[in-house]
Design a protein around this ligand. Structure first.
Ligand code: FMN
Length: 397
């Protein structure tokens, strides 16, 4: 066995100038005295010896990995309030509405790299990957745990959507059993090495920024977001989105914003905070309390795309926008229903039921109206119900 084992110690300190990204210790162990050398690497991966002996060559492995990084901070800070990816909810028509109403950035719903690999022409995957022109540049979210397959599919997507992608995001937070059982989604948090390999494989293959979205950890006993974030950053992630819940919590309990603070203070790349942003005030509070570069809104946007403009107005101008009127809410629900059917076909009207329930939440007669909507048998019937409800509400207001 080679007596000289070069291993890469933990990150020692931050770079002294913006042109130096990292300083690392490369240490040789084995026969003879242990020696160390510290090199500073510039953004292009060129090493400069800082301390120790030049007898230890800078790491070629590390050198190769040091691609010029994309600085996503300007994009994310101007995006400010981002629509979170939500499988089964944030389809293209809804995202277009959110974008028009002030969402700074949108993500596609997560799409399986394995699915794209084995069934590249599938209509379902094509629909997941569709986005409206107003969403450009859009973030595309992939899930999977096979580094080569992920890199291959990322490369294809990058080629297909060249010039329209903000970044390629890897889902490392999905808690669903059928996903984690295959080692994908949040299961990657239990295998940080694999997670880093996935990010590295994509970063080396694709000329687009790579990001990841993950949770606080797997369970209360396995909260590892900070170490995980550092590993992904080192592997080439250009930004990180952190949801302050564990996999064990799914979507229950409170999101722990302290974990988001800890990640933000540990990494240099921009961080997006996710969890429990249900109002403009929550969005402002998250920015102030965690120092994140952008805030992500998930369930707070369901039936409430107005939240983006409200949050932006409060954060940027200290202005409180009025709540949308009941009639406005019904009008946007109707517009959403029409857009969904135009996008996904007549049968997609069933998907609209839950959206309608969210739009009319806490409005007069909402419980009865929801019941009627749940029994609607066609898009036309659903729209007729919305029109009747609108007339009834108009009389009351
Ligand atoms: C129905 C639903 C689907 C979701 N799907 C995804 C997904 O596809 N990818 C992802 O990264 N996160 C997904 N999430 C997580 C959200 O993006 C977000 O991180 C989480 O809901 C916490 O934010 P909230 O407390 O504001 O809802 C989903 C959440 C919900 C409720």
């Amino acid at each position: 066995m080679n007596p000289y084992l070069i291993w890469f110690d933990r990150l020692l300190s931050r770079a002294p100038s913006p042109h130096c990204m990292l300083i690392r210790a490369d240490r040789r162990q084995g026969e003879g005295p242990e020696v160390t050398a510290t090199y500073a690497y510039d953004p292009w991966g060129n090493p400069t010896l800082v301390t120790g002996t030049a007898a230890i060559a800078p790491s070629t492995r590390y050198h190769r990995r040091m691609q010029p990084r994309r600085d996503l901070a300007p994009l994310l800070r101007s995006a400010l309030v981002i629509l979170a990816p939500m499988a089964g909810v944030t389809d293209a028509p809804f995202r277009a509405i959110c974008k028009r109403m002030g969402a700074g950035l949108t993500y596609t719903e997560m799409v399986s790299a394995k699915g794209l690999h084995y069934n590249p022409g599938a209509a379902a995957a094509r629909a997941l990957l569709s986005f409206a022109p107003e969403e450009v540049p859009v973030a595309i979210q992939l899930f999977g745990a096979d580094p080569q397959m992920m890199a291959e599919q990322a490369a294809r997507l990058y080629e297909r959507y060249a010039g329209r992608i903000a970044f390629l995001d890897v889902n490392m937070g999905c808690p669903v059993a059928k996903v984690v059982r295959k080692g994908e989604g949040c299961a990657l948090m239990r295998d940080p090495e694999r997670a880093a390999t996935v990010v590295r494989a994509i970063a080396e293959r694709v000329d687009a920024p790579v990001t990841a979205k993950f949770r606080a950890g797997w369970s209360a006993d396995e909260v590892n977001a900070v170490e995980f974030a550092l590993a992904l950053e080192e592997a080439g992630a250009c930004a990180l989105a952190v949801h302050g819940r564990t996999r064990e919590q799914f979507y229950s309990g409170r999101a722990d914003w302290c974990v988001i603070v800890a990640v933000k203070s540990a990494v240099r790349v921009p961080v997006i905070g996710s969890g429990d942003v249900f109002s403009a005030d929550d969005a402002k509070r998250m920015l102030e309390q965690t120092g994140v570069d952008a805030v992500m809104i998930a369930r707070g946007a369901q039936g409430n795309p107005w939240i983006f403009a409200q949050a932006r107005a409060l954060i940027e101008r200290g202005e409180r926008l009025p709540k949308p009127s009941w009639l406005e809410r019904i009008d946007v629900a109707r517009e959403h229903a029409e857009a969904l059917v135009a996008f996904a076909g007549e049968r997609a009207f069933t998907r609209m039921r839950k959206h309608v329930a969210w739009y009319v939440h806490e409005m007069p007669g909402a419980a009865r109206f929801r019941e009627l909507v749940n029994h609607a048998r066609s898009h036309a019937e659903l729209v007729a119900l919305l029109d009747e409800y609108r007339a009834w509400i108009a009389e009351k207001s």
